[in-house]
Design a protein around this ligand. Sequence first.
Ligand code: PGA
Length: 279
Amino acid sequence: MTYLIANFKMNPEQQEDMEAWIEKFQASFEGKRAEGIRVVLCPPFVWLPLLQQVVSRDKTGSFGAVRRSASDGGSKQEVLRLGAQDVFWEMRGAYTGEVSPSMLRNIGCEYVIVGHSERRALGETNEIINRKIKAALQAGLKVILAVGEPARTDEAGALDREVGPALEKQLVEALSGISRIKLGNLMVAYEPLWAVGSGIADTPEDALKAALFIRKCVGKATGTRHAQDLPVLYGGSVTSKNAAPFLTEEALNGLLVGGASLDAREFSKIVAMSANRSC
Ligand code: PGA
């Protein structure tokens, strides 16, 4: 399975623009192959109900934007899923401004991004991230945990000396106390901070090394062999121009796309490339 996560961040401002995005995405995907891919749309909270309608139409088979190949009789496939960009760690209570995991579930969300670097920059610690992951898993959400080192270093051995320890700390602290069983509902997005929103993507080779290291760390942190199956995605300045080599790496299970997902046609191109990979 190849995962494509669209992180719209704090966009769009207007409902019309969200609707226009949906229309364009639908149009550019009409009739295309879509085996083995899952597209998770993560809009701001306010647009979740709007996108939920699109996702549920897909589930009932009337969305029509993404179809199986003709060999499958052209039947519709459930490709789209709904995700949130953040979640609170309590299920209920007096927490002004927060959104609980059960609220997300009840509105049709299946996924949630936790630990995005832009939230860490606002003060989110590994301890907070750990609480959010536990609450999200408990509510039955699937967690996309974002991790990444702050600065780029091209020196040989950087993974061992600088990148590795930074990733390991984030993973160990974020996953502390989480049972093996629930790891089936986890995926990790490797997003070096210097690559997020900078226009400078990591190399597929380094992303691959990081993905292998992440699986090792998660295995160690949770005492599980299941970490071999853990989906690890790459994120950070992905566009339709640089996505292809990431998609050829077998140990990378997809992409988390921020800025480029705001343009529906651009995002569709990346989705189409992923579908071809999965065929
Ligand atoms: P970007 O963002 O693709 O704009 O770099 C990635 C992200 O949202 O994590």
